[in-house]
Design a protein around this ligand. Structure first.
Ligand SMILES: C[S@@+](CC[C@H](N)C(=O)[O-])C[C@H]1O[C@@H](n2cnc3c(N)ncnc32)[C@H](O)[C@@H]1O
Length: 306
């Protein structure tokens, strides 16, 4: 079978046989079809160990029956709900490739907001105070997972040194793989910590975090596939989803941790509770704000020392 034929078979399998050329499809179905096309290509490129561009270039070449069987098995697993990234062990975040597997949450595009904000803040700070350009910027990344936030920030700002912590030893194994592949061994210290329990430093320029925030009783905004496949330690944040944030902020204050910028992600339906928490904990000496993601959902809190 030719590459082009197998791609079509894979795409049909993923999209349940719907054709994207049909004018009768609505916008949502068309988007879904585009996603299926992309997934079909990403999976086949992975099986054939080539780029997606090569699939197009070599579309008339034959695929071996063994490769075809492996590919169709992958397609079947995706149809059953398994994320493509857990099959290819690769996910792009902020233009960088990260190794991922079931030990970590798959980085999400909305989390790039955190990186954007930190980089803007660093550039702004550097413009105002040249001395900051040459000294080390101390960062704490709580719940680092695949190390994606830390790695993306350091890639653009080499003076950052990050304490990247996670409660999960398994997630830290993945963080170390990505640290090595991105050459960050001298830029990031990766260690186990339940929130801030093992963090001895008390002075950071920046704290970033994307703690689990899915509520077990309210704000239970999670799909069955995510719940089934992604690590539960990366999902659940107590009854309303914000319990880990509450605990972490309390620890920042109890341990007298000094910071200039503190940025974190939360979920839909949590903006009022998050705002109340920030008002309560950061009443004096700080200013805070909430920013919405591209879909207009309040998604990121920013606390800055004044
Ligand atoms: C939503 S994932 C975020 C992963 C990654 N930072 C990202 O943005 O894609 C949350 C991470 O927090 C970690 N985590 C959960 N509870 C924690 C705790 N009490 N202390 C430290 N890390 C925790 C999980 O293991 C997981 O890797």
């Amino acid at each position: 079978m030719k590459i082009s034929e197998l791609l079509l078979e894979g795409k049909r399998g993923l999209s349940d046989g719907k054709e994207d050329s049909s004018d009768s499809l609505g916008l949502e179905e068309r988007v879904q079809n585009a996603v299926c096309s992309l997934d079909a290509e990403v999976l086949l490129a992975h099986v054939l160990d080539c780029s997606r561009e090569n699939l197009i270039r070599d579309s008339q070449e034959e695929v071996s029956e063994d490769d075809r069987q492996v590919y169709l098995k992958y397609v079947e697993q995706v149809v059953q709900g398994k994320p493509v990234a857990y099959l290819t062990h690769q996910k792009e975040f902020y233009g960088m490739d990260f190794y991922v597997d079931e030990r970590v949450l798959i980085p999400r595009p909305e989390t790039e907001m955190i990186v954007d904000h930190v980089l803007d803040w660093l550039v702004d700070k550097s413009r105002k105070d040249d001395a900051d350009l040459s000294r080390e910027i101390r960062m704490l990344d709580v719940g680092t997972g695949s190390l994606n936030i830390t790695a993306a920030i350091i890639r653009h700002f080499g003076h950052v040194y990050s304490h990247a912590v996670d409660i999960s030893e398994e997630a830290l194994e993945v963080a170390r793989i990505n640290s090595e592949s991105h050459g960050l061994e001298t830029h990031a210290e990766i260690y186990q910590s339940d929130l801030l329990s093992n963090v001895d430093e008390t002075d950071f320029d920046i704290i970033v975090t994307n703690l689990p925030y899915i509520g077990e009783k309210v704000n239970r905004n999670v799909s069955a596939d995510v719940e089934k496949h992604e690590p539960s330690s990366a999902l659940w944040g107590g009854d309303d989803g914000l319990e880990l944030y509450k605990k972490m902020i309390q620890e920042i204050l109890d341990k007298n941790i000094d910071f200039n910028l503190f940025v974190g992600e939360f979920g839909s339906g949590q903006v009022d509770a998050m705002s109340a928490m920030l008002s309560k904990f950061f009443e004096q000496g700080y200013r805070w704000e909430i920013k919405a993601d591209l879909a207009g959902i309040p998604r990121m809190f920013i606390v800055e020392k004044v």
